[in-house]
Design a protein around this ligand. Structure first.
Ligand code: PGA
Length: 256
């Protein structure tokens, strides 16, 4: 049974570092056409590289497909060569920003503290963070997944007020399932999503917890989306590989 609360179901694509501008525009406009002809039963978001944001925002109907950046700077503005600020992202027409993805944590040294700053700057600039958490394989094998996600939430987002927290989407992505073809079982996903919702309830109260969208990510595809999304605490997905082709992404969206 799905919750009676108002939380949104979302399927969000994470293109990562894929697609030239022309390829990205082609994919976004194809998706726009497909979703105009067949209305999805969830909110749809695409997370594109920075350089695609403005062009895609003017090429598609952003009331039908929301746009996300995949990162933002941990500083407001100024002499930070190569960085892109939350206010710049907002000015393109993007609505969301993916923060704390495990690839950013692992390859670019993003700590709890850095992510805390990024989340605050996103919110200050009226971008909705899609905040990613999840354990690595060794932690799952040691049955430490609950303490890992708890520390990630406490380290970067549990400093927020309830009102601020209500603007955040959480994405649970077990690192061992990302791009590996290994998916968490439906039971594993439900179990930890319910645990995460419980942590939010302890911190912010039941109503905020019930209204928080918690996405699953990690080798989610047209073949497993329906079963994953049927869980009461799985409110959609953050989709990597299967978001790079319109037909595959539509297949995941059709999981709702
Ligand atoms: P994947 O990536 O769907 O390719 O496993 C998910 C993600 O990293 O967000």
């Amino acid at each position: 049974m799905k919750s009676i609360f108002m939380r949104k179901n979302i399927v969000a694509g994470n293109w990562k570092m894929n697609k030239t501008l022309q390829e990205g525009l082609a994919l976004a406009t194809e998706l726009n056409t497909i979703l105009s002809n067949s209305k999805p039963n969830c909110e749809v978001v695409i997370g594109t590289p920075f350089i695609h944001l403005a062009s895609i925002a003017s090429a598609i109907d952003t009331s039908k497909i929301g746009i996300a950046a995949q990162n933002c700077a941990d500083k407001e503005s100024g002499a930070y060569t190569g960085e892109v600020s939350a206010s710049m992202i907002k000015s393109t027409g993007a609505e969301y920003v993916i923060l704390g993805h495990s690839e950013r944590r692992a390859y670019y040294g993003e700590t709890y503290e850095i992510l805390k700053e990024k989340v605050l700057l996103a919110l200050k600039n009226e971008l909705k963070p899609i905040f990613c958490i999840g354990e690595v394989k060794e932690e799952r094998e040691a049955n430490k997944q609950n303490e890992v996600v708890k520390a990630q939430l406490e380290g970067s987002v549990f400093n927020l007020s309830a009102e601020e927290f209500s603007k955040i989407v959480i994405a649970y992505e077990p690192v061992w399932a990302i791009g590996t073809g290994l998916t968490a079982t439906s039971e594993q996903a439900q179990e930890i999503h319910a645990y995460i919702r419980g942590l939010i309830a302890d911190k912010y109260g039941k109503e905020t917890a019930e209204n928080t969208t918690i996405l699953y990510g990690g080798s989610c595809n047209p073949g497993n989306a329906k079963e994953l999304f049927a869980n009461p605490d799985v409110d959609g997905g953050l989709i990597g590989g299967a978001s790079l082709k319109a037909a595959d992404f539509k297949g995941v969206i059709d999981g709702f």
